[in-house]
Design a protein around this ligand. Structure first.
Ligand code: SAM
Length: 243
């Protein structure tokens, strides 16, 4: 049974970077959140190249946070439309889990530092009304399935093909929990194994962390794991695939 909404307890660092007090960690990099998303999660998953020529593409994420990753992906999808002239980009299904959803005002404040995403931010905040369980928000060319609750429980709904839950396999994972030391729940082997099980054969994952025990959990779950150059000052990040 879905429970009550638990609010994140935020403070705001200089430059309007939100930080969750309970996890003592920020939602995105102070060195440039949008560029980090492009580097780690899009390029790390071989996007946008991998969705070219596809009619549909599914991304899943742990956790939704400010929605920066989702909106950056939506923006990349729109850019594709302009570039491809006549060809249509795939329909995007974006599934994201969040245990501590922000309020509409917090979301708007966090995203206000990304003027490039102003249009997409408005589309998101206009619909933002998180309720426990699954809800589907519609965007031009994309659906956002929001799973409000603990990812460790709600992951069981993927692949179940039941009404009111997202269906189909995941082509790319954005593994974006808070730092593994502070938010180990989102990097547990059981959760990563459940993610592996609902990943398409050619599916991939990417994450900003290269922590040794996270790499081992990913490998135990079945993924091949490869270190890549991290964003900005970070030496390494990790990406990989199912097959
Ligand atoms: C680094 S932030 C994600 C940033 C986000 N991807 C963005 O684009 O802003 C990590 C998120 O995971 C959420 N989270 C932590 N533990 C969770 C759990 N067990 N289930 C679901 N979400 C969780 C946190 O509340 C937080 O929003």
């Amino acid at each position: 049974m879905p429970g009550q909404i638990v609010a994140p307890c935020l403070d705001w660092l200089e430059g309007e970077v939100p930080r969750a007090e309970a996890f003592d960690d920020t939602y995105f990099s102070r060195a440039g959140g949008l560029e980090e998303t492009r580097h780690v999660f899009l390029a790390g998953n071989g996007l946008p190249e991998r969705w070219q020529g596809r009619t549909s593409f599914a991304i899943a994420e742990f956790g939704f946070g400010t929605g920066l990753n989702f909106l950056t992906t939506l923006k990349a999808l729109k850019a594709q439309k302009v570039l491809e002239e006549g060809a249509s980009p795939p329909h995007l299904t974006f599934i994201s889990f969040e245990l501590y959803p922000m309020t509409r005002d917090e979301l708007a404040r966090a995203l206000s530092v990304f003027p490039d995403l102003a249009t997409e931010t408005e589309e998101l905040t206009a619909q933002w009304q998180p309720v426990p369980g699954w809800s589907k928000l519609g965007f031009a060319g994309a659906d956002l399935w929001l799973g409000i609750g603990d990812a460790r429980e709600m992951i069981a709904d993927l692949g179940r093909e039941a009404a009111g839950t997202p269906s189909g396999l995941v082509d790319a994972w954005f593994l974006d929990g808070f730092s593994p030391a502070k938010n180990p729940e989102l990097w547990e082997e059981d959760l990563l194994k459940a993610a592996f099980d609902v990943t398409a054969t050619e599916g991939t994952f990417a994450t900003y962390t290269a922590a040794g025990w996270v790499r081992r959990n990913l490998a135990s779950a079945g993924f091949t794991v490869e270190k890549q150059k991290g964003f900005a000052g970070k030496r390494e990040m990790v990406a990989g695939r199912k097959g």
